[in-house]
Design a protein around this ligand. Structure first.
Ligand code: GLA
Length: 410
């Protein structure tokens, strides 16, 4: 029999993905895993390899007490560097010095605070940080995670082959193992958008998939090898059709509140971090994009301005809206961009972004310039107070790199 060539094999995989994606989308109901974008905290950018169980417990306490859990942040995700190795039966164990109590006890602690625990592994024998990964042990590791009470897995792709066929099969292997583990575990696919995961990640069992390389803590890097907030934002354009309940484009972790304190996100101090206005825009844009909201800063010492932003109920409601639409650009002129996100009950969120290094004052004719003609009755300026009567216009003054977000209702 003639051997199938690589292109035919790719086509068959893509067709299978499409079929399985349509099936999954059809099955997704309000009860599905990640019916709305996951929200929580991830250890990576602030702590990197210095993560330990004390920090995680203190973070759980902080989230339960500071209003973040009440606002919807319910996952604590331990990123890379937790693994100690495999025991004689090949079962993973955590680093005994930094996790002396073990993962089950940590999960119990996190659960007792009303939160869920996430963990990290990699589809190769070594993770990005060089500790043991899950390749070849997917079933065992998924069962171990379930036994520990893990609720979320971020699955990275360092040290794995480049081609999409292998990536799909490695991700599906773990996706199937998680499904068979006996515990609902949200599956976060992290191959950095390099193999268009929005086309196949749902079919591999994923509920979210990274769309870009790692975010850096800078508004715009102007460096093709480093993705700042604006570079990442630009790469989401056109991906809106792939997002919806049970499957989300993931434009990476929130830089909000880091102020240059992470080492890889600041590229060892080269970037000093965004300013408060830029973090506000970053957060507003991620909410417009229906992005997973994973905070990275040290919650044990969070600045009041950062906490107030991260717990802004109106912005979170836009991100978590049940319709599950990803906002997209409806207007671009000079340095001004406007995004629209359709919301449940015929409402809509609009976000005006000023990318320039100069402040601007604007008056936008919503039906005329944005083509949005629904007969809305009220408009609420999310950063500006109570709802007022809607007259078809948005007038605003925007600082450098600033945004305004509006919610229009019938
Ligand atoms: C990759 C991922 C990051 C983080 C690190 C950990 O770079 O993209 O989000 O998980 O690995 O080593």
């Amino acid at each position: 029999m003639r051997r199938m060539n690589k292109t035919s094999a790719k086509k068959i995989i893509l067709l299978l993905c499409l079929f399985s994606t349509l099936q999954t989308m059809a099955q997704d109901t309000g009860n599905a895993l990640a019916a709305t974008p996951p929200m929580g905290w991830n250890s990576w950018n602030f702590f990197e390899e210095k993560i330990d169980e004390t920090i995680l417990k203190q973070t759980a306490d902080a989230m339960a007490q500071n209003g973040m859990l009440a606002a919807g942040y319910n996952y604590i995700v331990i990123d890379d560097h937790w693994v100690g190795g495999r025991d004689r039966k090949n079962k993973l164990f955590p680093d005994p010095v930094r996790f002396p109590g073990g993962m089950r006890a940590l999960a119990d602690y996190v659960h007792s605070r009303g939160l869920k625990l996430g963990i990290y592994s990699d589809a190769a024998t070594l993770t990005c940080g060089g500790v043991t990964g899950s390749y070849g042990f997917e079933e065992l590791d998924a069962k171990t995670f379930a036994e520990w009470g893990i609720d979320y897995l971020k699955y990275d792709y360092c040290n794995a082959p480049d081609d999409v066929t292998t990536a799909f099969s490695r991700y599906k292997k773990m996706g199937d193992a998680l499904k068979n583990s006996g515990r609902p575990i949200v599956y976060s696919i992290c191959e950095w958008g390099q193999r268009k995961p929005w086309l196949w990640a749902r079919a591999a069992g994923g509920q979210l998939w990274r769309t870009t390389w790692d975010s850096r803590d800078v508004w715009q890097s102007h460096d093709k090898d480093l993705t700042g907030v604006m570079e990442i934002f630009d790469q989401q354009d056109g991906l809106q059709q792939y997002a919806g309940p049970g499957g989300w484009n993931d434009p990476d972790l929130l830089m909000v509140g880091l102020y240059g304190k992470g080492s890889s996100s600041s590229v060892d101090g080269r970037f000093k971090g965004c300013n408060t206005t830029e973090y506000r825009s970053h957060f507003a844009l991620w909410c417009m994009l229906a992005a997973p909201l994973m905070v990275n800063s040290d919650l044990r010492n969070i600045e009041p301005v950062t906490l107030a932003l991260l717990t802004n109920r109106d912005l979170i409601a836009i991100d978590q809206d049940g319709l599950g639409r990803q906002g997209h650009i409806v207007y671009k002129k000079d340095s001004i961009e406007v995004l629209a996100k359709e919301l449940d009950k015929g409402e809509i969120a609009l976000c005006v972004l000023n990318r320039s290094a100069q402040p601007v004052t604007l008056s936008i004719d919503v039906p005329g310039q944005l083509g949005i003609r629904a007969p809305f009755g009220r408009i609420k300026d999310i950063f500006g107070g109570a709802a007022t009567k809607y007259n078809g216009r948005i007038k605003c003054s925007l600082d450098v790199h600033d945004t305004r977000v509006y919610r229009l209702s019938l």
